[in-house]
Design a binder for this molecule. Sequence first.
Ligand code: C2E
Ligand code: MG
Ligand code: MG
Length: 763
Amino acid sequence: MRMLRRRSKSLAWLRLGALVAGVVLVGASVGLSILGARDDRATLDSGLMREDRKHTEAINEYFGRARDLMLLQAQNPSFADFYASAGTRIDKVAAGNAHLDQAVHSLAYLEDLYGGRIGEICFIDHSGAENARLVRGKRATFSSLSLNESANPFFWPTFAVGVGQVYQAAAYISPDTHDLVISNSTLVPGLPSGQQAVIHFEVSMASFADITADPGIRFMIVDAPTGTTIADSRMLAGASAGSVDDGHAFAALAKSGRDNGVTTIGDVRVAFDHLKSTKTNANDWYIIAAAPALNAGFGGYFGARTLILVGAALALFIFALASFRGYQRRLEHAAVTDALTSLPNRNMLCDEVEQALTAKRRNGGAVAVLVVDLDRFKEVNDTLGHHYGDQLLTAIGPRIRSVLRDGDTIARLGGDEFGLLLRSVHGPAEAVDVANRILARLSDPFQVGDLALQVEASIGIAISPQHGNDYTELLQHADTAMYVAKQSGLGASLYDTALDSHDPRRLLLLGELRRALDNGELVMHYQPKTFLSTDELRGVEALLRWNHPLRGLMLPDDFIPYAEHTALIQPLTDWVIERAVTDIKGWLDAGREIAVSINVSTRSLHDHRLCDSIAEQLQRHNVPSRLLIVEITETAIMTEPAKAREVLVALDEMGVEVSIDDFGTGQSSLAYLTTLPIHELKIDRSFVTHMRSRADDAVIVRSVIDLGHNLGLRVVAEGVEDHDTREQLYEAGCLIAQGYLWSRPLAVDALDAWLQSRDVVRQ
Ligand code: C2E
Ligand code: MG
Ligand code: MG
């Protein structure tokens, strides 16, 4: 057992260790991943920014170079010579002109400079009519020349910026190449007055797509005013760069107002640079370097290896957590389960009852709590052994369960005691009915090993709200009722408020009484019984007192009934027996033979240990049994007559006399009592006290005396306080009496003094 416990303890540490390791690993992985990711991202960002800056510089270089070239071209004298040469412009164009050819030749040189990027080059008159055009290096025929280029976006702005300036138009679809293009145009300087001409060339946007050297980085140009991607390295030359899916995201970037930086758009990490438009350059662009592959989602952010690490750590963590939770659940289960029977234990019953009470408070109705206690279970344990006892206890649960409804609970409270919750009952009658059915189910013999065991039980019932509103109160009252059931032999008993005191001091008092036993706060007083004829001492009655440190001397009626409902009555009775026998011995040693009557409560009378305890004390103190008399009430006998008879017979065999106390108050039949080995009747004080004033009581007393004597019993009158009563009793034939007339109950010293004073009077 200890080995198992140690093993499960070390397993628990192992699980805890795994859990902690999992947590640390997850924490470390995530931490490292974040740090790593930060590093990765910083590296990526600086790479992107570097790349982006490169692109921006390249584009700026293009614009600058294009401007320079344009201006250089425009200074070529062949343009001015063409205009200066004779003939109308249209004739010269139609018929051909050496200056014009020269001009076209110089324009074609641009093609060489821009290697395949240029779509169209033209020389246009200020009327908008083309003088010459080159499309991808091919000169257009006269008939295909456009008569009006003035609708093109570059045309009028070129005039607006004036001679010596280059106008760089925003991207548009070329009417000649049908590509998305940007263009450069400038006015030809030095023309004859009244003449104006434009030279112009287009560069396809697609040609910008391949300026990046790094294939891992995507390069884009986004037109800021429209948010359209006008160049994209993914599409390269030839593709339609104008319809890029993520245009909207970049439009947002365009609207952000930031001129450069690094940001994430969708699942793309981008470095961007804003190239603003100017008076001479209409292009308003975002030059963007993006790393879509690296920035794709969580995986890209943390890196695949990091993800695997985090995943593994998470798996370990979840495993450890699940395992630990399982262990915890087992612990929790053990905390609410009885180990032997696997039934819920007291804790779980408490929870269930409280839950049921809460539900009832909301919905109305009653909850019943039952306490089932097996009769004589100890005998099974003592005679057959614990193995049989355990098997029997395990078999009880299923039997009771078979009578209950699904929502009801059966718990083992400990020992041979079971607690039941009936979640919904309509009233006491229903609960009593369930209890009776349980008793019926339990009355079938239990097959334990090769034995058929007959089990009897007593059931106490308490119902909310009349008997209590919480678990403690209901259980306590069901327990009290169970004891009454045992006492009365009824089997099942419903709690009756009259049975128990609602005095809140009760529990406190019981706790104190437990201490009182250990602290020697209990004291025994003795009250003399005298022969009426001679006034000689017949014996004394031992009457218990509690010398309470705060309340003073407490009388038995104030604490014995409480003790009677608990197991405390047993040590208390043992104490009384030992005290009385010790005092008898003390008097014997002092030369006095005094018979002592002790009072034994109902519960003790039904406890087979009573006889053992008496026998042991008599033997230990070497006291003859005839000097001890046991007083019991009629009710104690009638509660469980069979048990009472067993004990009375055993006492009789020991030579201990039995007296029926408080005779006349109970419901017993004298005829039945005489079948028991009894020796004395004590007429209850209530009759004696009033026999002077009430004729009825006097009649009862007289008849009890006669009847008792006729049956060969000693008759003792209790509570004699005055001489008249004494006289009446004497005349009625009563031989022995007890009462304040002679003495109140006295402590041993006081009794000794009282006895001595009488001895002196006699002498
Ligand atoms: P009881 O056995 O009937 O004891 C007689 C009670 O009558 C005692 O009360 C006694 O003090 C009281 N008494 C005696 N003579 C007179 C009298 O002339 N006038 C009046 N008014 N009362 C008189 P006490 O000591 O308070 O005990 C009360 C009951 O407590 C006892 O009734 C007995 O049933 C119980 N008791 C006392 N000692 C013990 C004990 O050790 N164990 C148990 N289980 N019960 C005890
Ligand atoms: Mg008595
Ligand atoms: Mg009495």
